[in-house]
Write a protein that binds this ligand. Structure first.
Ligand code: SAH
Ligand code: SF4
Length: 438
């Protein structure tokens, strides 16, 4: 979500004639787009912001901007104002569309501006974006979140759920395909509730034309020239049988799903306000694998939620054995100010959290490696994303299978952006190796 917001701001700057500059000391403007999901990101923000002071002192024309989720929290704005008074522009997640105007005011009137909206307000369509890649694109289908998981700051920083009109999404995807996009990833905090949430004028896709998330997938699947569709993120409590059917019916929908489970213990899931049990989740996995046997499943896991006992943690370990995830993002619980879990007693000691995290990660990685081994000898359709970052010279290209696996293989850079057949020669823990199949 933040990455796509950054693309939008880059697009706006591009329209104003600015160009990207790798070295921040040489830049006229720096924007720090912040994330507040975990504490680590908060800490990195203040460290990075501090580094801009020297540039500002050396060059009074330099413009320092900060935006994103952290700015939606008053205590952060207060901290920026008191400790970093030289920052020129502060804005939030709800008024990104105003960024060009705010920047003009800062530059022309030489004043400092703090403008953060507390509410979601209108969805503004048609904003420019400077995409990182031509051949794959992120597409927001909705904004905000209504779920209030007790550990999570997102509903407070991104506001209530609002869905874009289906016709706007379809139009955007068609335009992207016309300019070379082969793959799109639909974005929302919980895409499964797409259409249910209201547009700013009260318009509700599912009430007016019965359009829900699965219907949107079916509609996008019709777009000629589009090759691959993915989405994130999908909340298990709202994953419908209709969407599972769409995986069978829609040839462009990739055989992969990111289905964050967070924890394996029913007690912890309840206290996280996730609204499903471990058994409910396993039923979903079973349905998905019955519908699409080679479905790659990935997840998010939190260890050390307040009150998590060793038995609770063992439920998470048991769950990963049962599901056998292709990969997982594993997080150590971090207290977020203003969330219900901030005040839960029985916070888990740091060393216990780290120990559990390490045990979990080790097993997750082993399972990933075992699954990757089963790809050996198969032929995969790979979207070539760019030159490989692998140190060993011979694997010059990197790309992704339909199931989202990273593959390194030799080939010419002209293939970037193309879909090629690759024979997998080796399944490693974090990626696959292969050779192009003629
Ligand atoms: N809307 C998405 C998640 C957005 S946040 C969803 O519901 O799946 C991405 C991930 O960050 C979450 O899935 C969760 O695993 C993690 N996360 C959120 N808040 C956290 C916290 N306070 N501490 C640790 N991890 C957290
Ligand atoms: Fe956070 Fe839960 Fe909303 Fe995801 S669904 S953004 S974890 S509150």
């Amino acid at each position: 979500m933040n990455e796509h917001d950054s693309e939008t701001m880059a697009g706006m700057l591009n329209e104003k004639g600015f160009e990207p500059e790798e070295e921040k000391n040489n830049a006229d403007i720096v924007i720090i787009n912040t994330c507040s999901v975990r504490e680590n990101a908060d800490n990195r923000f203040f460290g990075t912001l501090g580094q801009l002071k020297k540039i500002k002192e050396a060059n009074p024309e330099f413009v320092a901007c900060v935006c994103g989720c952290m700015m939606q929290q008053q205590h952060i704005i207060d901290q920026v104002k008191s400790k970093y008074p030289w920052v020129d522009l502060v804005f939030g997640t709800h008024n990104i569309h105003q960024f060009p105007q705010l920047l003009d005011n800062v530059i022309n009137e030489r004043k400092k501006i703090v403008d953060v909206w507390q509410d979601g307000g209108a969805i503004v369509e048609g904003l420019p974006a400077k995409r990182l890649y031509d051949f794959k694109a992120l597409v927001n289908i909705m904004y905000g979140c209504n779920n209030f998981c007790t550990y999570c700051i997102v509903p407070y920083t991104r506001g209530r759920e609002r869905s874009r009109r289906p016709e706007e999404i379809i139009k955007e995807v068609k335009e992207l395909v016309a300019t070379g996009a082969k793959e799109i990833t639909l974005l929302g905090q919980n895409v499964n509730s797409y259409g249910v949430s209201k547009y700013e004028d009260g318009y509700c896709a599912s009430e007016e034309n019965g359009m829900d998330f699965a219907d949107l997938i079916y509609a996008l699947n019709e777009i000629e020239g589009l090759e691959r569709m993915k989405f994130m993120t999908s909340h298990p409590k709202d994953l419908s049988d209709k969407l599972i059917q769409a995986f069978k019916d829609c040839d462009k929908l990739c055989n992969s799903i990111h289905l964050p489970v967070q924890a394996g213990s029913d007690n912890i899931l309840k206290r996280m306000n996730r609204k499903y049990t471990k058994a409910d989740y396993l039923v979903l996995i079973d349905k998905l694998r019955t519908a699409v046997p080679d479905m790659a499943i990935t997840t998010d896991l939190i260890v050390g939620f307040p009150g998590e006992t060793e038995e609770d943690f063992m439920e998470t370990m048991d769950l990963i054995e049962k599901v056998r995830y292709d990969s997982a993002f594993t997080f150590i619980y971090s207290i977020r100010k203003g969330t219900p879990a901030e005040n839960y007693e029985e916070q888990v000691p740091e060393e216990v959290k780290h120990d559990r995290f390490n045990r979990l990660l080790e097993r997750i990685n082993e399972i990933s490696g075992e699954i990757n081994k089963t790809y050996e000898g198969t032929i995969q359709k790979v979207l070539v994303e760019g030159p490989s970052t692998s140190k060993k010279g011979e694997d010059t290209l990197a790309g992704r299978t339909e199931s989202g696996k990273l593959v390194n293989f030799p080939g010419s850079e002209e293939l970037v952006g193309q879909i090629v057949n690759v024979k997998i020669t080796q399944g490693k823990q974090f990626n696959l190796k292969g050779i192009i199949e003629a």
